[in-house]
Design a protein around this ligand. Structure first.
Ligand SMILES: *Cc1c(COP(=O)(O)O)cnc(C)c1O
Length: 353
């Protein structure tokens, strides 16, 4: 072991540094981004706002204007909102505030950042596999696992399975455990389903949202958290003072002001998801899960690596989910209609090769 590795915190030694493969000129269906061009009117509004922005000063640490705009969008008070450098940052902040040195329950398969950030924060992730992939997380198992845990992290619609968290499961965890319960609603705009009505009743509930998916702002890193004022105050203690830069703050404000320009595209992606689901199910040997988000999880009889490589050789990039929880599974983002057709054609070739 090298001197540096010997000095590294023991729990970090097994972590593989997070890297994302970069491929140029491919149909990019690997990261659940919005496949449409950014609306020109919103781009112009952002560039207009940039004209008068002060880049010599630190950004607004509290993101007042953005939180006001979000309050209108989410129908809560600005004191119930904290903004982050992507919701990824907020996941880490929540774990730093509540998780370090304690157990954090994470039903799997789900978004990989929960476990990663739990390890980084020095928490103890407890991964809870589903009894069956097609079935929701079992409420009783979840409540039992969460006994004495500091935090439970749920995702709805869940990435990568695409299903919604049953309402009664969430209520059971809130009622029967004392843990902080996080519900990641990164795909809220596609599903239209939210735990927001429960916020008033449960101060231990936190919702996470993002501008990266439906609102096409993945490159600017803006996410937010909704919770009781006391919850926001608790997490604010670990917040980096100037975590969201001036440009990203003003861009997110403009997106919210023009949000009706995104509504049509979000609906189109939903309709296209259903067409893609039907097309996937018609590929021989493919088994796809129904989804409420902008991606679909599926498997084939062939090794996931072969399918991934075969698609990439044909110019289509998707995400392999292969592993003990998801053998031979891959996840494809719903793209524009012509992109989805290219993907299906390539997949048919790869599966029959
Ligand atoms: C994409 C994704 C995020 C990341 O959001 P950022 O705001 O871009 O950090 C968070 N949660 C889930 C479940 C996601 O799929």
């Amino acid at each position: 072991m090298s001197e540096v590795t010997a000095l590294l915190r023991e729990t970090l030694r097994e972590l593989v540094p997070y890297r994302v493969p970069v491929h140029k000129g491919v149909v990019k269906l690997d990261a659940n981004e919005n496949p449409y061009d950014f609306p020109p009117a919103v781009r112009e509004a952002i560039l207009g706002a940039v004209e008068t922005a002060l880049f010599t000063r630190y950004p607004d640490a509290a993101a007042e204007e953005l939180r006001e705009a979000l309050a209108g969008y989410a129908s809560v008070g600005p004191e119930q909102i904290m903004v982050g450098n992507g919701s990824d940052e907020l996941i880490l902040d929540l774990l730093l505030a509540f998780g370090t040195g304690r157990r954090v329950v994470i039903p799997v398969p789900t978004f990989g950042m929960y476990r990663l950030h739990a390890v980084i924060a020095g928490a103890e992730p407890v991964l809870l596999p589903r009894r069956e992939l097609g079935l929701p997380v079992d409420a009783e198992t979840l409540v039992r696992a969460a006994e004495g845990a500091a935090m439970v992290i749920l995702c709805s619609p869940n990435n990568p399975t695409g299903d919604l968290l049953p309402w009664d499961t969430l209520v059971a965890v809130l009622e029967r455990t004392g843990a902080v319960v996080v519900v990641d609603e990164a795909y809220y705009e596609f599903a239209g389903d939210t735990a927001l009505p429960l916020l008033d009743r449960y101060p231990r509930l936190v919702l996470l949202r993002t501008f990266s998916k439906a609102f096409g702002l993945a490159g600017l890193r803006v996410g937010y958290m909704l919770g009781a004022p006391e919850m926001i105050g608790a997490v604010w203690r670990v917040k980096q003072p100037f975590n969201v830069n001036t440009f990203s703050q003003l861009a997110a404000v403009q997106v919210l002001r023009h949000r009706e320009l995104f509504a049509g595209r979000i609906a189109e992606i939903g309709a296209e998801r259903e067409r893609l689901y039907e097309a996937l199910r018609e590929v021989p040997g493919v088994c796809a899960l129904p989804s409420r988000a902008n991606f679909i999880l599926f498997n084939t009889p062939r090794p996931a690596r072969d399918v991934y490589d075969g698609l990439l050789a044909r110019g289509v990039l998707i995400r392999s989910m292969d592993g003990p929880h998801l053998p031979r599974f891959l996840r494809v983002t719903v793209g524009r209609p012509e992109e989805n057709r290219l993907f299906i054609t390539a997949l048919r070739e790869v599966c029959s090769a």
